[in-house]
Ligand binder design. Sequence first.
Ligand code: IVH
Length: 664
Amino acid sequence: MDKETARQRLEVLREQITEHNYHYHVLDAPRISDKQFDQLMKELMDLETIYPDLVTSDSPSRRVGSNPLTAFAEVQHAVPMLSLDNAFSEDDISAYYQRLQKSLGLEEFALVGEPKIDGLAVSLYYEDGRFVRGATRGDGTQGEDITDNLCTIWSLPLRLREKIRAEVRGEVFMPRDGFERLNIVRGQEGLTLFANPRNAAAGSLRQLDPAIAAKRPLDFFAYSLVNFTGEGAESQWEILANLKKLGFKVNKLVSLLNGLNDVLHYHQHISDLRSRLPYEIDGVVFKVNELAYQEKVGFTSRAPRWAIAYKFTAEEGITRIKDITVNVGRTGAITPLAELEPLLLSGSVIKRASLHNEDIIREKDVMIGDKVVIHKAGEVIPEIIRVLREERSGSERPFTMPERCPSCHKDVKRIPGEAALRCLNPACPAQAVERIIHFASRRGMDISGLGEALAAQLYQSGLVNDVGDLYALTAAKLAGLERMGEKSAANLLDALGRSKTNPLHRLLYAMGIRFVGERTARLLAAHFGSLWRVAAASYYELTVLKDMGPQIAFSLQNFFQREETGIIIEKLKASGVNFQEERAEEIQSTLAGNSFVLTGTLQRFSREQAREAIEQRGGKVLSSISKNVDYLIAGEKAGSKLLKAQELGINVLGEEDLEKLLNG
Ligand code: IVH
């Protein structure tokens, strides 16, 4: 191809790739297959290799990483990148709201609520619609030029949808699943693990080699537009709309709020969603909506007065490690646990913290008897942050991992490349019990009443050897168990019966296949449609799926080839457990735009099932009543939520009405 033809073809390719990339990464609605996309990328890269001088600064080829740098250049921020003041309680927020009322001389005014993404603030400069430079926040006035690394973030536009000049600010972050996968691989390669997604994102942006950054699963949400030409905006809400129009990813949970009540509800709502979000957040940010009002309230030297971060309580406390014990997980991984002197943190008593593995114990230099700083954020498992070494008395004892499994007493092994010690005995009782617990868990088959204690009891009594036996339980068999009343037995059988109709993705997740989390389970179920087809899938069929690496494929094949698995599947089949996934496209978004609150006890669904059914149809399930709620679904023994809904005149429906809504 001659150079002029190449130039023209390259421009067409860049346009097409930019557009497909936008549909895939920003709108989450791809228009071509991954394979077709890869072909376009390949053609572009091949042509650019032949004609290197035709490479442009906004070429999609920059996504895979340009040449390594020796140092980052400094960037002066034209408008300083300020930080935010924090609030930690409803009182703090009410006081803040009152200050705003006073300085604006208004009773009520609109605010925008946004999740506070736990990542890194960056500033992106665009000229003529092209990404020219990107920088870290640094000290707020001066940051580092990390343009090449930012180019590797697929959802960050290299070309805007309008040819304007703009400075866009937002947060670079690493989604949880990507973070977990990255750490698995790092563990296998013997590299130190990242402590959290934020550190992993920071480490990735600080790479001098953009090709390394390109391999890190980074993502970006835009939240502010500083200097820009083009369509004007009079409010933060319009700015967010403009950012979307320009081609940026804007967080879907942003909300326009009116008054203090809305503000408090929003915080509660996001706080409830927190543990289910695919990325980490550490609070919510409230911003006065009208730009004119923002100007009126102004800034302090470090932060705007028109915005505040309402942080979730992530509390720290100090306690002592009484002992270190080990737990055997469902995959045989042997995890050391710190047994703590009980400590009250974020409203719950903490008695244990995971120490993960031997390397972490060594790295943190943890000994039995040490005083330690504990951190707990939201619903997550408490973590030991550090040891107070200066408080040691000399009576502390080092801990060594056991050579035998504490449950079955067989030798434990450290598989080369893995951080964890493992009990490899498939008949290990501790593993069997953990598999039952996982199977019944809320995110698994959601069998309420079947927790740790009962799982152990069922296993020890010989009634349940594997999850396949659960469905053969009867009232008569359960009657023989200690502490098992008739009522609890009936409830358990009910819950078991209900769980038989769960969609395939729940079953797949519940089976506890290594590396198959909820997301992968959904992907597999949606793609293959039935358990038989997943079990029969070839290595090739598995690895061509997006986000499905060799590790997951091996693990799946290994799992389905095992004789025990075959036996369990037969038992599940004989008990009438559902093996199919309803095709996503057959479920219509009939409830889109409607929000629900669930309260009381439902008969035919568990809460989790009701939530899932509503969400599958595009509806939202909120945790508290406000005027934004369309329907309250009230089961038996509905309490204060029902009263409040009636007060606000919200539609109250029973379980049968919900079923009609779901089916209609
Ligand atoms: S607004 C002047 N909005 O929080 C306005 N910040 O503590 C400053 N952050 O440096 C930023 N999500 O890294 C804003 N939706 C959001 C945010 C957000 C996360 C971070 C950002 C900032 C820090 C301030």
